[in-house]
Each structure stands twice: as structure tokens, then as C-alpha cells.
Write a new protein. Structure first.
Length: 223
């Protein structure tokens, strides 16, 4: 059967599974980390949890993670995933992230996901908090209205690049060869060297051609 490429997972992690995935990609949470968690799936799931279910603690750690680790995002897949999101609040969050990280041209398409007035992060009391504390400078003039001190910015909430590279194989490969589908496939083949090209492509959301070439290259090194 021909490989059909899917960008979106069948299901995003929620609850304890999300906490473990978030810990797995370097967010310091008090759970056992799922160290093979897909990075972009986890980031989207965390943004949904934060914006729709008002988990501001997780959202704060997510924003810190993006500040530290955004150079190693697979931006192509993240943009495709977020573009498919139904939630206007989630889309506004990612549009705001793109504005904040405007130097990263890979995220530019995300800035188009929200038009109109900024979306208040707080569903109640936002104007009061803004008047009292001012605006979070990371989100000033973006699609998201965030009062200062609501989302704490503490680098210690996430692993460093070196720490995460030791914990998460796909992240390590992204640092080595760039944040691409190819990097994720190298990591997956380390775990499961017998995977077919079609299954490798499915697991990593990439193309069959990329998976075939990664399998060929790995075989050349290990034969």
C-alpha cells in the first residue's frame, strides 16, 4: 500500500500523558518524562491545555521553553499543525509567539492566524490586571493580551539545550543536523532499526522519500 503522509497525530496527549510528554521534551514537571515524545505534538497540546483549559502554569513553562528551544523546532510541521487548530484562542497564542519571535522567519506564517483585537489571556479580570501590573513585554502589540506577572519567565523551568539533548534523541539529532523530519527519523531508527521506510515516515510525519534515504544512509554506516 502506498504511503499517505499525515501531518497531524491521531490523538494529542492530555492529562498525565501530556505532563509526561512535556517533561520528556524538557519542561521541568514533577512526573516521569516520556523521553520519546514528539516535540511539536507536545507543544500544540500544551498550548491547548493552557489557552482552552486555563492551565497558566503549563502555559508559562511552554513560553519559557519556546524562548530557549525555538531554534530547534521543526517549524514546517508546527506551522501546519497550528494552522489546522480549531480554537481561535490557540491560534491567537501562536500568532503572538510568531510576533514575539519575529526574527525567526520560519514562524512568519503563524502571525497570519489572528486578525482583529488582541485576545485576552485571562477570561476574567484582564483589564484590571493590565491596569495594575502593565503588559507582559513579550506579548506587547501581539495577538494576545497578557498582563505582566501572569506568565512567569524563569529559565530554570526548562532543561538547557545540553541537558535536553542528552535526554531526548530527536532533539539531539536536530541540534546535530538541523530541525527537520530527517533528524527525527534518525532518532527513531536508533530506537527501532527494523522499521520500514513507510512506517518510519508515518511515525515521524515525514515523506516516504526522506524515510527511504535515511534508511539507506544508516544502512551504509552500519553495514
Amino acid at each position: 500500500m502506498a504511503h499517505r503522509r499525515n501531518i497531524a497525530p491521531e490523538m494529542l496527549p492530555e492529562g498525565t500523558a501530556l505532563s509526561r510528554a512535556a517533561a520528556g521534551i524538557g519542561m521541568r514537571l514533577a512526573v516521569e518524562p516520556e523521553t520519546n515524545a514528539n516535540i511539536e505534538d507536545t507543544l500544540l497540546a500544551a498550548s491547548i491545555e493552557g489557552m482552552e483549559r486555563e492551565d497558566l502554569r503549563l502555559l508559562a513553562v511552554l513560553v519559557t521553553w519556546l524562548d530557549v528551544h525555538s531554534p530547534w523546532l521543526n517549524a514546517d510541521r508546527l506551522v501546519r499543525l497550528v494552522t489546522q487548530a480549531d480554537s481561535g484562542r490557540v491560534r491567537a497564542f501562536w500568532a503572538a509567539i510568531a510576533a514575539w519571535k519575529s526574527a525567526d522567519q520560519r514562524l512568519r506564517r503563524l502571525s497570519k492566524l489572528h486578525r482583529g483585537q488582541p485576545v485576552p489571556l485571562l477570561r476574567a479580570g484582564s483589564k484590571f490586571q493590565l491596569a495594575r501590573s502593565g503588559e507582559d513585554p513579550r506579548f506587547a502589540s501581539t495577538a494576545l493580551e497578557v498582563p505582566a506577572q501572569v506568565l512567569r519567565a524563569r529559565p530554570a523551568d526548562v532543561l538547557s539545550t545540553a541537558e535536553l539533548a542528552r535526554q531526548h534523541a530527536a532533539y539531539r539529532w536536530r541540534v546535530i543536523i538541523g530541525p527537520t523530519y530527517r533528524a527525527d527519523m534518525w532518532a527513531e531508527l536508533e530506537r527501532r532499526p527494523a522499521l520500514s521506510a513507510a512506517e518510519l515516515a508515518r511515525r515521524c510525519y515525514g515523506s516516504f522519500s526522506t524515510a527511504w534515504h535515511v534508511r539507506r544512509d544508516r544502512a551504509a554506516l552500519t553495514s
